[in-house]
Design a protein around this ligand. Structure first.
Ligand code: PNS
Length: 162
């Protein structure tokens, strides 16, 4: 059985992430989307909320599982017998960071974790979670960046924090 992990912060999941999930789910028998529980960042959504959003958005994809992890991705991968990570590449600007991440993961996993990259669909190549949050914070239109239910949750969350 071909399995892969798609790790990320997903704060929040965007249509760009969903596009990668859809496409990767067709390449693997099982795709695990793993939300990083990163205490160092101050996220808009809790890990539980991010997991819930991803579960709702992928409810129509039976081979996609949503999980969360803390610590190193390579440890999570090894504990779950996963050897392939999927990441999206939006532009050349992502490449340097992603290459470093992929090579570090290969090194610290003793070559047990490889990364494959999917080129982000052109219509989402400008999209980032931080951009979505900034647009929403200043009352801009985020309807083309996230599913409708996520847009509602972002607006609600931002209003409750103001
Ligand atoms: O959505 P993001 O924030 O670009 O995802 C980054 C992520 C979660 C894939 C990356 O930060 C990660 O894997 N963090 C876990 C810690 C880790 O394994 N670090 C070692 C490689 S430097």
């Amino acid at each position: 059985m071909k399995r892969a992990v798609y790790p990320g912060s997903f704060d929040p999941m965007t249509l760009g992430h969903l596009d990668i999930i859809n496409r990767a789910s067709k390449m693997f028998d099982e795709l695990i989307v793993a939300v990083l529980n990163n205490n160092a960042k101050s996220p808009l959504f809790s890990v539980d909320e991010r997991v819930k959003i991803l579960k709702m958005a992928t409810a129509d994809l039976p081979n996609v599982k949503i999980d969360s992890f803390s610590g190193l991705l390579c440890d999570y991968a090894s504990e779950n017998n996963l050897h392939v990570a999927v990441r999206g590449l939006r532009a050349v600007t992502d490449f340097e960071y992603e290459l470093q991440l992929a090579q570090t993961n290969r090194m610290i996993s003793n070559n047990n974790l490889d990364t494959i990259f999917l080129a982000t669909s052109l219509e989402y190549s400008y999209l980032s979670s931080s951009g979505v949050k900034e647009i929403a914070y200043f009352g801009g239109d985020i309807s083309k960046t996230v599913p409708d239910f996520v847009a509602d949750m972002i607006r609600e969350k931002i209003n409750s924090k103001k």
